[in-house]
Design a protein around this ligand. Structure first.
Ligand code: SF4
Length: 329
């Protein structure tokens, strides 16, 4: 038996083909037809079958206890489900649908999200459902709504092979999104003029294989990105046609970012002004500019503004909505 599905570990979303042999043994391989990974898998995806087959520390049947002081005992699935439903029912009857909630995993597949949302919203009648996806992505969602009007990421994986400048900020894709990073590395190997800028206080594997590492002080991303924006405006590396026809608020943005000199920004970020200038030159003169970021920007009390600061670089240069140009949280 063969199933095509998706690796559940990270946002790259690699396609996998799972085969079950007659003896029940599973094998996993990359889906050659899948647009994300084209058959490749990283070590996490490659070993997915062991998490299913290894039963040494796996919960194989429901266990229940009537109160916290009693030991858990094995029960049938029917007994476990009936008890769960009965507890839900008691609370809903007594206190209403908003007295119950679901907290589910960001590792669920789309179909599982659909089912659990249908259950809590469509059947129970409550909005009380959340996942760890909110912790990861809510800053980006609000950043997109504020800047573009909707939470929609205007990028596709094929843009990787078209871009010539990559800005990786608050992310370590060499470890955390390996297949995506392999694609960027392969693209750079085939096109040595491709430039990778990595913004990260740590010297990560991503930073090590970048052309320019900006080890800023933690939390100073907005200062850095606004300084890059300032330099691109001063150098004339912006797209006035795009700004005039498709963007609002450019004057207010310029006034804001001109309030701080690049030297001041460099001092706040703890890096040289020359390195900021280098980043601005590469981004401003790029043919295709892709920015990638993850939790270094998103998991922050000013995460929305960090998202806006990076999206603004795309808006002032018109590097958006065209092949090879996009922001990619
Ligand atoms: S990069 Fe690795 S962990 Fe992420 S989806 Fe692909 S195989 Fe899974």
């Amino acid at each position: 038996m063969t199933h095509q599905t998706t690796c559940c570990y990270c946002g790259v979303g690699c396609g996998i083909v799972v085969k079950q042999e007659p003896n029940g043994r599973l094998t996993v391989e990359g889906d050659k037809q899948h647009p994300s990974n084209r058959g490749m898998l990283c070590s996490k995806g490659m070993n997915l079958q062991y998490t299913v087959m290894d039963q040494s520390d796996r919960l194989l049947y429901p266990q229940m206890r009537l109160n916290r002081n009693m030991p858990k005992q094995r029960v049938s699935w029917d007994a476990a489900l009936e008890r769960t439903a009965a507890v839900f029912k008691t609370f809903i009857q007594k206190y209403g649908p908003d007295s119950v909630a679901f907290y589910v995993s960001g590792q669920c597949l789309t179909e599982e999200y659909y089912l659990v949302n249908k259950l809590i919203k469509g059947f129970i009648g409550s909005n009380n459902i959340d996942t760890n996806s909110r912790l990861c992505m809510s800053s980006a969602v609000v950043g997109y709504k504020l800047s573009l009007g909707e939470d929609s990421v205007p990028v596709c994986y094929d843009d990787i092979e078209e871009a010539d400048v990559f800005l990786v900020q608050g992310a370590n894709p060499a470890w955390c999104h390996p297949i995506l990073w392999r694609r960027i590395e392969a693209h750079k190997a085939a096109n040595p003029n491709v430039k990778i800028i990595c913004v990260d206080p740590r010297r990560t594997d991503t930073a090590r294989s970048s052309d320019l590492h900006l080890p800023i002080r933690p939390g100073t991303d907005i200062v850095l990105n606004n300084a890059i924006g300032r330099l691109m405006i001063e150098n004339g590396d912006i797209d006035l046609d795009f700004i005039t026809n498709h963007a609002d608020g450019f004057v207010a943005y310029s006034e804001q970012i001109m309030q701080r000199t690049v030297d001041e920004a460099a001092a706040i970020c703890g890096i040289s002004a020359d390195s900021i200038q280098q980043a601005a030159d590469w981004i401003g003169r790029s043919k295709g500019f892709l920015s990638l970021w993850t939790m270094g920007l998103n998991q922050s009390v000013i995460g929305v503004n960090k998202n806006l600061a990076i999206i603004n670089l795309h808006l002032i240069t018109g590097r958006i909505g065209k092949p090879a140009t996009a922001h990619f949280p």
